[in-house]
Design a protein around this ligand. Structure first.
Ligand SMILES: Nc1ncnc2c1ncn2[C@@H]1O[C@H](COP(=O)(O)OP(=O)(O)O)[C@@H](O)[C@H]1O
Ligand SMILES: [Mg+2]
Length: 343
């Protein structure tokens, strides 16, 4: 897709204070660049596109943001923050703050962030819309683990709101009540937050990339493949798989365009758009699905504001569908400028 890009804008790039990238990456290794690659790629690409880009890093204090807004008077904030004060749920308050200041921003609105972050609430809403989701139960911290009778093994135990496969290992797929209680306890200890146990969906793992507000565009469906997974090991994205290059190599991990029949691709596309709207998502998002052996698609979770690093899954899926990186960032800016705050 080739669009004429927006005229130059004054952009305030908002990011975690520890991820503000240096001016130059000369002499740095991939490992050193990796943590803030998205921030670097977005900033430098926006600059190459002719925009005036200012950067502000935040952790637990809003003052630097307010001061930067007063100083820069941005046309739009490019939001790359995923937490505030170490709390992943506070990102929704941050964009609420921008809405109160009447400053346009990129990415998802507060309501969409709130709904998508909660892996149970989002599934309840989707079930209401007859969209297939795994059966689940939530286990609060400090309560005895009692499995509802409707929930049959095997189950996958994970955090209700944490991202990045926190606390997920191969042992997170449980087949009896004793292991269920053990995994729930491990998650409670690690995160201090509720755990969710979901019906384990055996099958393929697919990701869908979407950009838009009321009208949305979907891109090439993506698939996680592991060529050398040991026999019997579940093909899930454990935290080790997400964070260890050595482990990725060991299991032969790759993410590639998903081979789907026309009917499957159409169904996934249609489902993705319905999910995006049902969860009030805006800006851009990646939806994580499992495709069961019977060919049914189940939403695992919606990720508003996914990683935008050049060459990472989201940008790759978009590029494969014919939209280059600059045009992707341009599209994201357009959604932010066009978004009408819900009142
Ligand atoms: N119900 C499920 N059935 C099968 N695999 C699952 C299920 N829930 C999660 N997984 C596996 O765990 C990974 C992480 O779960 P996900 O819900 O995407 O949380 P996050 O990515 O936020 O940590 C998924 O990518 C998938 O491999
Ligand atoms: Mg996920």
């Amino acid at each position: 897709m080739s669009l004429r890009h927006l005229k130059p804008r004054r952009i305030l790039a908002l990011m975690h204070e520890a991820l503000v990238p240096p001016e130059s990456i000369e002499g740095l290794t991939d490992e050193q660049i990796h943590p803030w690659k998205m921030e670097y790629d977005v900033k430098t690409t926006l600059e190459q596109m002719g925009h005036e880009v200012h950067t502000v890093g935040l952790y637990g204090d809003l003052d630097p943001l307010r001061q930067a807004i007063e100083r820069v008077e941005p046309d739009i904030v490019f939001n790359m923050l995923e937490e505030f004060d170490g709390q992943p749920l506070f990102d929704q308050h941050l964009v609420s703050y921008l809405e109160l200041l009447k400053i346009p921003y990129t990415g998802c609105n507060p309501r969409g962030l709130t709904l998508a972050h909660d892996k149970a609430l989002s599934k309840q809403i989707l079930a209401h819309h007859d969209i297939p989701v795994p059966e689940f139960a939530v286990f609060e911290v400090g309560r005895k683990v009692r499995r509802p009778a409707r929930l049959a093994f095997p189950l996958l135990v994970k955090s209700l709101i944490d991202e990045g496969s926190v606390g997920i290992s191969r042992a997170s797929v449980v087949k009896d009540d004793k292991s269920l209680a053990r995994r729930v306890e491990i998650l409670h200890r690690r995160t201090g937050r509720p755990a969710i146990a979901e019906q384990y969906i055996a099958g393929r793992e697919l990701y869908m990339s979407i950009v838009g507000n009321d009208r949305v565009k979907t891109f090439t469906p993506w698939e996680m493949v592991m060529k050398n997974l040991p026999a019997g090991a579940p093909n899930i994205a454990t935290s080790k798989l997400k964070w260890s290059y050595a482990h990725q190599e060991e299991v032969g991990l790759s993410t590639v365009p998903a081979k789907l029949t026309r009917t499957e691709a159409r169904r996934l596309d249609d489902l993705s758009k319905r999910i995006y709207h049902a969860l009030s998502l805006t800006g851009y998002a990646r939806l994580d699905f499992r495709m069961s052996e019977a060919g049914e698609f189940y939403l695992l979770e919606a990720n508003p504001n996914p990683c935008l690093a050049f060459g990472e899954d989201f940008a790759e899926a978009v590029e494969t569908a014919g939209t280059d990186y600059e045009t992707l960032l341009d599209l994201i800016l357009r959604q932010g400028l066009a978004y009408k705050v819900a009142v």
